[in-house]
Ligand binder design. Structure first.
Ligand code: G3I
Length: 359
């Protein structure tokens, strides 16, 4: 997947030396290459606040990232901390940044069992009460952001590891009905947004969870409910990741039931300590995602990495002993995966008969 010297020559003088991810992704036929980000006060670790200016310069560079997602700010816990009390301060930070820096905004996430406001889990619900709470939440939140969200992750992680429905408060009270209600409501409130089902562990074709995601989306379609896309979060592992062919086959399965897919939360964790071999595996993994998306670009619209700066990654907090999963190290030098993707994008653009040179 390395660009050969002859290909480089064919592409023109120093074609990729200054090329950046979003501009290459667009040249390769995707809608975007993006990075999720958080409100400064919410970033996972804050090694030195003076790094923010360097961080912000990379984040805001339109050639690097043409899309963004708030990693936390639009979640229930933050937008509706008390019943009927809405607060868009955190979500607005990223929505405004997207607007100011001309980025596509993916909105995340309307209904999710995690980072729920505590009252949602402690209330003794009747079916009718929970229906009303879901409808009010989606109506207020998707209504507030109407016209700004290219995509909404309407439903996040509703499947267990075995592909059956997760036994969340929503499922326990309403069963499958809550899924239909969430999508129906989102479609009414923001008819222009692409509505997504988003989950992790649904990137491999033989996985029971992938089958579950196909079933879930097909259930909605069969009920005549609008669902536009499947978001593969793609929290992957450097030392054990799906092949490009596997990813392409998985996308083919989703293509049977929805019009589009996206890689929505890509990161590739490494077991620390980091070494060259592991960084090479990581680079290969990032490249496989690029290849799979570009080679299915009639369906795969784009790739979002879940932040880009290692100190702000969620991974070491949740999986101690793992880290370095993004593209910029703490000292702001780039991982080899960055050039790996740049070169592979170039190769794919050449293969399509284009010229990888970017101005
Ligand atoms: O709410 C407190 C806030 O008051 C405090 O100022 C701040 C500073 O430490 O911490 C805040 O809570 C943290 C929150 O992120 C906001 O930073 C939580 O402790 C922390 O657990 C939470 O982690 C987030 C995680 O979702 C929760 O499950 C990660 O940042 C976020 O990247 C992660 O994102 C999820 C996707 O939404 C869904 N897919 C998986 C992905 C990774 O877990």
């Amino acid at each position: 997947m390395r660009l050969s010297t002859s290909l480089l020559a064919a592409a023109g003088a120093v074609p990729l030396a200054t090329a950046q991810l979003h501009e290459l992704a667009v040249k390769a036929g995707l809608q975007y290459f993006g990075a999720a980000t958080d409100t400064p006060g919410f970033r996972e670790r804050e090694p030195y606040p003076e790094s923010y200016s360097q961080y912000d310069a990379i984040l805001e560079d339109p050639k690097e990232f043409g899309q963004t997602t708030p990693t936390n700010g639009q979640k229930w816990l933050f937008v509706e901390p008390e019943p009927g009390v809405f607060n868009f301060t955190e979500g607005d930070y990223v929505a405004n940044l997207a607007n100011r820096t001309n980025k596509i905004l993916r909105c995340h996430a309307l209904v999710w069992h995690s980072q729920l406001a505590p009252w949602v889990e402690t209330t003794e619900w009747t079916k009718e009460g929970l229906r009303e709470a879901i409808v009010r939440h989606i109506t207020e939140v998707a209504g507030y952001y109407r016209g700004r969200c290219a995509h909404w992750d309407v439903l996040n992680e509703a499947l267990d590891e075995d592909g059956t429905y997760r036994k969340s408060v929503f499922y326990n009270v309403l069963g499958e009905e809550y899924i239909r209600l969430a999508f129906e409501t989102a479609a009414k409130v923001d008819p222009e947004a692409k509505l997504y089902y988003n989950d992790y562990g649904i990137e491999r074709p033989a996985s029971v969870k992938t089958a579950g995601a196909v079933r879930l989306v097909k259930m909605l379609k069969d009920a005549g409910i609008k669902v536009d896309g499947v978001g593969m979060q793609a929290h992957l592992h450097a030392d054990n990741h799906p092949s490009e062919a596997d990813l392409i086959n998985t996308i083919g399965m989703y293509k049977e039931v929805v019009k589009e897919v996206a890689f929505t939360e890509l990161d590739v964790r490494i077991k620390v300590p980091v070494d060259e071999q592991k960084l090479q595996w990581q680079s290969e993994c990032y490249q496989k995602v690029v290849g799979a998306c570009v080679k299915t670009k009639d369906v795969c619209v784009g790739i979002t990495i879940w932040d880009f700066y290692d100190p702000f990654s969620w991974v070491p907090h949740v999986f101690p002993g793992n880290g370095a999963s993004l593209l910029w190290f703490e000292d702001f030098s780039k991982h080899p995966a960055y050039d790996g993707m740049v070169n592979y994008f170039g190769e794919l653009i050449e293969a399509q008969g284009g010229n990888a040179t970017c101005s």
